[in-house]
Design a protein around this ligand. Structure first.
Ligand code: ATP
Length: 578
């Protein structure tokens, strides 16, 4: 439980309802532990012991003690349960927001290494386990001992009245024996619970895979394979879960068996000592039950802690994941950016092999640069070092004379517009999707940007609800060309001095392509622009072309110059132009 201490800060935020819940829980514990046996001792002898001699009104008065005790017990139980749920759900909200915020700060590399389904399961499932461990366990740790103290108090009170009751302490001596199975089973459970959480992550990952690419799955007839993978994972999760169930459910009967031995000794002794059944034995048995019941529940807490620990491992992995791209401690101011870019002796590798090798380059502000070269040559990698999606291994990238690591990431990225080859739209309206470029922009600014991007016509004419049309998850209700134009509108609205355009590889119809081309020509004016040119259709708007080959820049200059000097470029160009 020590590991959870740092997370009690979440509980502190709901301390008042939590304290109220614990107080109600303490009342419930006492009403169960001492109240119920006391009620039996008070009510049963009156009703069964003296029978007809007791006046009816007195009998009714005595009988009313029962609903009275249950009313106190029930009310306090309700208040406790309600407030504990309230605190638990608030704590869950705080943890999930913190984990989600952490995920948003992690570098791109992290997402390439981890399956999104697994991250989803850590965020949604493991945090639930943590909530349970923090809130419900803290609650049980108060209530259960309270019930036990109440019951033991009652036993002590009884033993002071009748000397025979000393033997009851023998029964209580079995309590420590109950702790043994708790310890043994708990250890096993930790390992099994961790396996379950991992399997859940794998399962969520295969569900996301299966739902993310419906078109590919159908066109490659992958349905059976996907269903098989899913089924195997469900079976693996089932087996892992059953192991947890085995250990989890073993504990209760083990403790009950030990406590039943204690109760058996008590009953035999009581029978031989000639104790009265209603007046002595019934309340005593009730008090004994109230002693053992909390142990059983405390044993369950132990198993819950182990499951919580397993989930905590997985959540802490995210929370403590090292920040590979830390912001400078004192970032230099970065305003009125002109867009001068310089690469100085830059080496970069994703793994062992260099994706960029000793790049030296100077790009004046406002220049439009096309990056060309065979697939895997390093064009996208080159462009992604400018917004610091990755950090160089050696050398420096400068923007306006500042090392990109010296300015804050948010200032740097604020000065760079990116239009990727398959732009992602969020499940919101067209208007909201364009406004991502500049959240402060007015509706009129958004319309203006859409006009420049040649998006206005199709938004007005072919979308049911014009700018207020929902685009569907990832923009699936729009065509590739339409999505591209929305992304260009975003870039117009952002009005950043530096632009990175990853040209779409998918074939667009010629009308769409012409419109996108026109929009891009307008967009690049006055901005330092990098166009990752897959199809060479945009090359004519470039002032300069960089030819990449296996991590090197092998040619650099305007089309006319390098067409003659670079064989690789000539080949690529001639092949493209047919
Ligand atoms: P394309 O035209 O196909 O997009 P590219 O010229 O943009 O190719 P890059 O994407 O920059 O090429 O890739 C350069 C090299 O780095 C390739 O060998 C590629 O396999 C590798 N690479 C790219 N991204 C990653 C990554 N996330 N992790 C590991 N290696 C990568």
């Amino acid at each position: 439980m020590k590991r959870f201490l740092p997370y009690y800060k979440y509980l502190l935020r709901v301390r008042w309802p939590f304290i109220a819940a614990l107080l109600a829980g303490a009342v419930f514990g006492a009403a169960s532990g001492a109240g119920l046996p006391w009620m039996m001792k008070k009510v049963l002898p009156e009703i069964f012991g003296q029978g007809a001699e007791v006046p009816l009104m007195q009998l009714i008065g005595v009988a009313l003690i029962m609903p009275g005790v249950f009313l106190v017990r029930g009310l306090s139980q309700f208040i406790n349960n309600y407030l504990i749920q309230y605190c638990g759900l608030r704590v869950l909200e705080y943890i999930q927001v913190d984990v989600f915020a952490r995920l948003q700060k992690l570098p791109l590399k992290f997402f390439q290494k981890h399956k999104s389904g697994d991250l989803l399961s850590r965020l949604m499932g493991d945090t639930q386990m943590m909530r349970m461990a923090l809130v419900e366990i803290s609650n049980d740790i108060i209530i259960q001992p309270m019930q036990m103290v109440g019951a033991i108090g009652f036993l002590v009170y009884m033993s002071m009245q009748k000397s025979e009751f000393f033997f009851l302490y023998i029964c209580l001596a079995t309590i420590p024996v109950c702790v043994m199975p708790i310890q043994m089973i708990g250890k096993k459970l930790f390992k099994k619970a961790k396996a379950v959480q991992e399997q859940t992550g794998d399962l969520t990952a295969s569900v996301t895979d299966g739902l993310q690419a419906p078109m590919e799955i159908r066109s490659y007839n992958m349905q059976d394979g996907i269903v098989n993978t899913f089924q195997n994972q469900v079976i693996r999760l089932f087996k892992a879960r059953m192991k947890v169930v085995k250990y989890d459910k073993m504990l209760g009967p083990a403790i009950e068996f030990v406590s039943a031995c204690g109760v058996a000794v008590a009953i035999v002794y009581a029978g031989r000592a000639g104790l009265n059944f209603e007046a002595d034995m019934m309340p005593l048995l009730m008090a004994l039950y109230m002693c053992y019941d909390p142990i059983k529940k405390l044993g369950k807490i132990h198993t819950k802690i182990q499951r919580g620990n397993a989930s905590l491992d997985r959540v802490e992995y995210l929370l403590h994941y090292p920040d590979e791209l830390p912001d400078a401690e004192k970032p230099v101011p970065f305003e009125d950016v002109a867009g001068r870019i310089r690469f100085e002796a830059v080496n970069f590798a994703y793994d062992e092999q260099l994706a960029l090798d000793n790049i030296h380059l100077e790009i004046p502000a406002g220049q439009v640069v096309a990056l060309v070269g065979p697939s895997g040559a390093g064009k996208s990698t080159f462009a992604s070092l400018i917004p610091r999606f990755y950090d160089v291994n050696e050398g420096c990238v400068f923007v306006d004379g500042h090392d990109v690591r010296a300015v804050s990431k948010s200032d740097l990225r604020g000065a760079i517009g990116v239009v990727s080859q398959s732009p992602v739209l969020f499940n919101a309206t067209v208007l909201e999707n364009i406004r991502i470029g500049n959240p402060e922009a007015s509706d009129a600014d958004v319309f203006e940007a859409a006009k420049k991007a040649h998006a206005h016509e199709f938004i007005e004419s072919s979308l049911d609800d014009s700018y207020h049309t929902m685009v569907g998850e990832k923009g699936t209700r729009l065509s590739g060309g339409q999505r591209q134009r929305i992304a260009i509108a975003r870039a117009f609205l952002k009005n950043a001095p530096i632009l990175i355009l990853d040209e779409a590889t998918s074939a667009l119809d010629s009308e769409s392509e012409a419109k996108i081309q026109e929009a891009l020509e307008e967009l690049v004016k006055g901005r330092t622009t990098f166009i990752i040119a897959h199809r060479f259709s945009t090359i004519k708007i470039a002032d300069r072309i960089l030819v990449f080959d296996r991590g090197h820049i092998v040619a650099d200059g305007p089309h006319e110059d390098i067409y003659d000097s670079s064989g690789l470029y000539r080949d690529l160009y001639d092949r493209q132009s047919g």
